[in-house]
Ligand binder design. Structure first.
Ligand code: HGY
Ligand code: MN
Ligand code: MN
Length: 422
């Protein structure tokens, strides 16, 4: 049978997505599977169980990355399909999960059709892609490609004061597969866009051109606690005021810079955090992103300058800690074209766009040709319990993944000067 007419089973994919969404389910329909928590373990147990049911050999490495392998007709590095199954605290059911479960759906579709691909196949979930319980984000895939030491990752401390290495052992996912991991032939990640572009522009598939630069900083402000009623304003060293001003500055900065500059103060923790006490301490985070590295650096410099000025003005002490810093990444042009042409061959409208979120693909791009396929997010919502993508779009995306992977397993796209999906 021609593999061109092969297609995935959309209902089976939806069933797995809703089954996984039950792990770490929130009352409001969202998912909370922060990295290395019991809920994360439940998700991992479910997915590795499905991997084994599909007859795949599953390996867990020292940072808890799970890689399932399916032999090909020939030996050699696999075509890897991957993403993540950890979520933020107000996660939806698609961010990350969709890419991993579509990988399993591709494998099951091939299995049902009795097809063994020429190159081996691998389906991976990478640990702690979100980075919100413990930075940096994309921690697992960064360790996998050798960009972050395993010891350093194990020593990292979560926002609730636990060491990653101990959490991994506690949930039974401190594996013995070596890191860095084996380099794949190529890497493909299917993901929801998590933004409004595809929906607004009316396209069903995104051929992702790359990932924007990411800068995460934790800022600690030490002021002086004092009585909210008796302390004259001129006597205050108010850490809470500084945190609030910083959030307003970040918003002003993005307005002044315009373009693709975005900035977020997503977490602010005050101490003692009481209605009638001037805060003595504030710890807050600043997330700055831009597709242009130079502009991202100037945004960082503007933030530093702002913090220095307000520290003097309020006579507080300010220290910063880098949580994550990744330069923008461009995907291999041949992978971008392959996604584009595959989508077109399936009759889908497709546009090129950069990824606004961080993704494991940006790490795998350091070691092999990597590419991403996006499907539309309804109202552009993500990291929100109402995250949604229409079933028909989910199915189309998984079919684009299937055909993209088959081109990679059955042909030599990176050998030929230029190739066209046959
Ligand atoms: O923050 C991000 O962009 C990703 O969701 N980790
Ligand atoms: Mn994601
Ligand atoms: Mn995410």
């Amino acid at each position: 049978m021609s593999t061109k007419t092969l297609h995935i089973d959309g209902d089976r994919l939806l069933t797995r997505l809703s089954e996984l969404a039950k792990r770490g389910a929130r009352d409001d329909g969202g998912c909370n599977r922060l990295a290395f928590t019991d809920a994360d373990k439940e998700g991992r147990d479910l997915v590795t169980g499905w991997m084994r049911e599909l007859g795949m050999a599953v390996s867990i490495d020292g940072i808890g990355n799970g890689v399932a392998r399916r032999p090909g007709r020939e030996e050699g590095p696999p075509v890897m399909i991957g993403s993540h199954i950890d979520t933020v605290r107000t996660g939806g059911r698609y961010d990350g999960n969709y890419g991993v479960l579509s990988g399993l759906e591709v494998v099951e579709t091939l299995k049902d059709a009795g097809i063994t691909t020429r190159r081996p196949l691998a389906v991976a979930f990478f640990s702690n892609e979100e980075g919100s319980r413990v930075a940096p984000d994309m921690m697992g895939s960064l360790v996998y490609v050798g960009g972050f030491g395993l010891e350093e990752a194990h020593a990292a401390v979560t926002i609730d004061g636990k060491r990653v290495g101990e959490e991994l052992a506690r949930i039974g996912y401190r594996g013995d597969a070596p890191t860095p991991g084996p380099v794949p032939y190529a890497y493909v990640e299917l993901h929801i866009e998590q933004g409004p572009v595809l929906e607004a522009e009316g396209f069903r598939i995104g051929a992702v051109t790359g990932v924007q630069g990411i800068s995460w900083t934790e800022v600690t402000v030490r002021g002086q606690s004092n009585h909210a009623g008796t302390t004259p304003m001129s006597y205050r060293h108010d850490a809470g005021y500084v945190a609030g001003e910083a959030a307003a500055f970040v918003r002003r900065l993005t307005k002044e810079m315009g373009g693709r500059q975005v900035g977020t103060v997503g977490s602010i923790v005050l101490e003692p955090n009481l209605v009638n006490v001037v805060a003595q301490k504030a710890v807050f985070t600043v997330d700055l992103r831009n597709t242009d590295e130079k502009l991202l650096q100037s945004a960082e410099a503007r933030l530093d300058e702002f913090l220095g000025t307000i520290a003097d003005a309020e006579a507080v002490e300010i220290s910063t800690r880098r949580l994550a810093r990744f330069e923008p990444v461009d995907f291999d042009p041949r992978m971008i074209s392959l996604v584009e042409e595959t989508a077109r061959s399936l009759g889908a409208t497709v546009m090129r766009l950069p990824a606004g979120a961080g993704h494991d693909a940006q790490m795998l791009a350091r070691v092999c040709p990597a590419g991403m396929i996006f499907t539309p997010s309804v109202k552009g919502l993500s990291h929100n319990v109402r995250e949604h993508t229409d079933p028909a779009d989910l199915e189309l995306g998984a079919n684009v993944l299937l055909q993209t992977v088959l081109t990679l397993t059955e042909t030599d796209p990176f050998k030929a000067a230029s190739w066209r999906a046959s």
